[in-house]
Write a protein that binds this ligand. Structure first.
Ligand code: NAD
Ligand code: ZN
Length: 258
């Protein structure tokens, strides 16, 4: 059965020249980084309300909790390597079919894969740098993690003692306007939007594939579980991304070379 679905996916990719890949945490589970909503995911262990931006900026004890959670997440992420799914996106880029990647992930893996930086739109930021919320000074994340490892519970800015936070978008924090503008533009331009590993429940991120469909693009969803957009998709595969998407792209690549 999945074989037929893969063949249908191959046809959709072959018929498209401006593909937007919309990525969620499910793409990186095959790189060993847990997603948030699968059993055993981050929200099974922590209470999301502890990590609202307003709490982080207003309370020292919330910041301490934030850094504890964040350190645990960082440890799964810092040495992670791209999965078969990440490399399949790189192949689409090499074939000239990729219009862009809009990713909710903060794990830097599209950069590690080697995609062109201008094709990567990290709408929730990137956890590999940390910035001061007061003066904007940016730090390498590894340096800040060293301080935490040496016993600092809440790190502060060297220059102005301001609050430090990884360059990621927390609940209650506004989305980066330039990146959202670019993401919407990619959604408008694309002829096929491929959703990889997203529950599509986090907004405004999930508006991106909706916008692509409204502007006339076809939609393909590869996700283990159902999503709220399944009924709008030309193809839905509830299976593992590496296997399904990896195979689709390899088949397109082989057909192109033949
Ligand atoms: P999510 O956790 O809400 O959903 C992930 C989806 O992927 C689930 O529906 C799950 O069934 C599916 N999935 C997991 N592994 C899969 C696999 N191998 N093959 C196919 N499907 C698979 O993730 P989301 O939609 O990205 O939203 C979560 C938020 O958390 C985002 O804002 C993101 O920024 C953040 N987050 C990022 C990372 C990361 O950077 N790697 C990890 C966890 C969470
Ligand atoms: Zn500062």
């Amino acid at each position: 059965m999945t074989g037929d679905l893969i063949q249908r996916g191959v046809e959709l990719i072959q018929a498209s020249n401006k593909i937007l890949v919309f990525v969620g945490a499910g793409l990186s589970t095959e790189s060993g980084i847990p997603d948030f909503r699968s059993p055993g995911g981050v929200w099974d262990k922590y209470d999301p309300s502890d990590f609202y931006f307003q709490r982080i900026v207003s309370s020292e004890s919330a910041r301490e909790k934030y850094w504890q959670m964040s350190t645990e997440f960082w440890d799964t992420m810092k040495d992670a390597v791209p999965s078969r799914g990440h490399f399949a996106i790189l192949k689409l880029e090499a074939m000239g079919k990729l219009n862009g990647i809009v990713t909710q992930n903060i794990d830097n893996l599209h950069h590690k894969t080697g995609n062109a930086p201008e094709n990567i739109v990290e709408i929730h930021g990137n956890a590999f740098t940390v910035s001061c919320l007061s003066c904007g000074k940016q730090y390498d994340r590894g340096l800040i993690q060293e301080r935490l490892r040496s016993g600092v519970k809440v790190p502060y800015c060297d220059d102005c003692s301001g609050i430090l936070k990884p360059d990621t978008v927390s609940f209650g924090q506004s989305m980066p306007e330039d990146k959202m503008t670019k993401a919407y533009r990619l959604a408008e331009e694309c002829d096929l939007c491929i959703v990889l590993g997203s529950s599509l429940v986090v907004y405004p991120a999930a508006y991106i594939p909706i916008h692509a469909v409204e502007k006339g693009a076809k939609l393909m969803i590869i996700n283990r579980e159902e999503t709220g957009l399944d009924s709008k998709a030309a193809l839905v595969v509830h299976d593992s991304i590496g296997k399904v998407f990896g195979e689709m792209v390899d088949m397109v690549s082989r057909a192109g070379a033949a």
